[in-house]
Design a protein around this ligand. Structure first.
Ligand code: ARG
Length: 473
């Protein structure tokens, strides 16, 4: 964990830590430092840590807990530290353990004594909970944006192919014809739920832990409503023990991210299948495919395959954090430091997968002819035929099912599809069948007839596209 840019800790006498070295006679073992330090990753919380400190210092001054001139020095100094972090010149130190102590120690170097007043009425426990919540909240907003962009890309596909027929599958066996637009809109619904899950989580998490201090609150006359408001929270969290030990917000984010990654994985799998030479339903763009170093003809759907796999990391992070949190007594335990790397990696992975999927969907072209050819094969209109027997001949559905089964078997034995059977062939199975039956055997008629709400009929698809466009306004 030692950094190349290591700056020695502001050492207390005898080498113990400047932040809490008062009761320590010796500094930590190197292994202790290695297992304890989180600065290698929690440096990503720099901006959030400083925002939290700014809000806290302003509140301390407003409440008369620190002097206005100390507050002004702290405010200015924190801006300097922030610009150092953002400019890449900040020297992170593993000896200073984490982002909170790195920032405070640097602040002391920059402004001197007033820095020591900043930690009044707070603890790293409420500080880290606040920083991490602010970071996770930003990720929720970014993921929501990524999802919206993906949904918009799907809407373009759906609108263009609202009446393009394709086979619908159950058990990956041809079931009934559907429209390309309908299939795209199924994913719009899934990603739309992911969006609403993230938004729900954001509402629930938006309570500010700052001011809970170590675990019990503080005897200083702080104004938690003020810090909550400054940091964009709806209110301060109502129980200080809960505030410092709650990681539900991270778990909810990981849960919502896992469900979203599962949806991405399912869609990616379809793209892998559809782009194969056997299906040819879609052509993925060169921008989102790769070649093979040995087989010149190959164009591989690597982006789709990687998206299909990414759920492993995201769900792994969720399981890891649940496992860290289970069985932890109140309030803060150092175990909870293990929360960050999981959430960081899951968030990075989700953003990348969303962006890659959006790009792929934008670029891909559906092969209308291949879709239509496949839609008509595999006796896909057998249900339409059975429904016709019920409607036109007044057969009970079970009998109609039986007659249709016999007709499918007949077509199969002749090596043709249902619309290729002659009227005589059909009458041999059921004498009352008339010429009209051929109207329902075509795939276009089949999808056009499925006008029930949420059904595959092109008009239904267009109505859903319009509804979503309206929702995203
Ligand atoms: N680096 C710590 C974490 O991420 C910060 C809080 C430490 N608090 C403490 N009492 N040791 O959880």
């Amino acid at each position: 964990m030692t950094d190349k840019t290591d700056r020695p800790a502001d050492k207390a006498p005898s080498g113990s830590n400047a932040m809490w070295g008062g009761r320590f006679a010796a500094g930590p073992d190197a292994i202790m430092e290695a297992i304890n330090a989180s600065i290698g990753y929690d440096r990503r919380l720099g901006a959030q840590d400083i925002a939290g400190s700014q809000a806290h210092a302003a509140m301390l001054a407003a409440q008369g807990i620190i002097e206005p001139n100390d507050a002004a020095a702290i405010r200015k100094g924190l801006l300097t530290v922030l610009s150092e972090i953002e400019g890449g010149s900040f020297a992170f130190s593993a000896a200073l353990e984490d982002i909170h102590m790195n920032v405070e120690s640097r602040l002391k170097e920059v402004i001197g004594a007033p820095a020591g007043r900043l930690h009044t009425a707070r603890s790293r426990n409420d500080q880290v909970a606040t920083d991490f919540k602010l970071w996770t909240r930003d990720q929720i907003d970014a993921a929501a944006q990524g999802l919206e962009a993906l949904i918009r890309a799907l809407l373009v596909q759906a609108e263009q192919g609202a009446d393009w027929v394709m086979p619908g599958f159950t058990h990956l066996q041809t079931a009934q014809p559907v429209t390309w637009g309908h299939h795209m809109m199924a994913y719009v619904e899934m990603f739309g739920r992911d969006l609403s899950r993230l938004r729900d989580a954001r509402v629930r998490m938006n309570e500010c832990p700052l001011g809970a201090a170590a675990l019990a609150g503080t005897s200083f006359p702080i104004d938690r409503h003020m810090t909550a408001q400054t940091l964009g929270f709806d209110r301060p969290s109502a129980n200080s023990l809960d505030a410092v030990s709650d990681r539900d917000f991270a778990l909810e984010f990981l849960s919502a991210a896992s469900i979203c990654a599962m949806h991405l994985s399912r869609f990616a799998e379809e793209l892998v299948i559809w782009s194969s030479a056997q299906f040819r339903f879609v052509t993925l763009s060169d921008r989102f495919s790769t070649g093979s170093s040995i087989m010149p003809q190959k164009k591989n759907p690597d982006a789709a395959e990687l998206i299909r796999a990414k759920i492993g990391r995201i769900m792994g992070a969720m399981v890891a954090l649940f496992t860290v949190m289970k069985g932890l007594p109140l309030a803060y335990s150092k175990d909870m430091q293990e929360d960050k790397e999981q959430v960081f990696d899951a968030a990075d992975t989700l953003m990348l997968a969303l962006a890659a999927m959006e790009g792929m969907v934008r670029d891909m072209s559906a092969n209308r002819e291949a879709l239509a050819a496949a839609a008509g094969s595999g006796f896909s209109t057998a249900t339409d035929l059975a429904d016709w027997l019920v409607r036109a001949l007044n057969l009970p559905f079970r009998d109609a099912h039986h007659v249709t089964g016999a007709l499918v078997a007949l077509a199969e034995s002749k090596g043709c599809d249902l619309p290729d059977l002659s009227l005589e062939d059909m009458r041999a199975v059921h004498g009352d069948i008339t010429e009209d039956v051929f109207d329902v055997l075509g795939v276009d008629n089949s999808v056009r007839s499925r006008t029930s709400y949420g059904g595959t009929a092109p008009d239904q698809v267009r109505a859903q596209v319009a509804r979503w466009k309206d929702l995203l306004k």
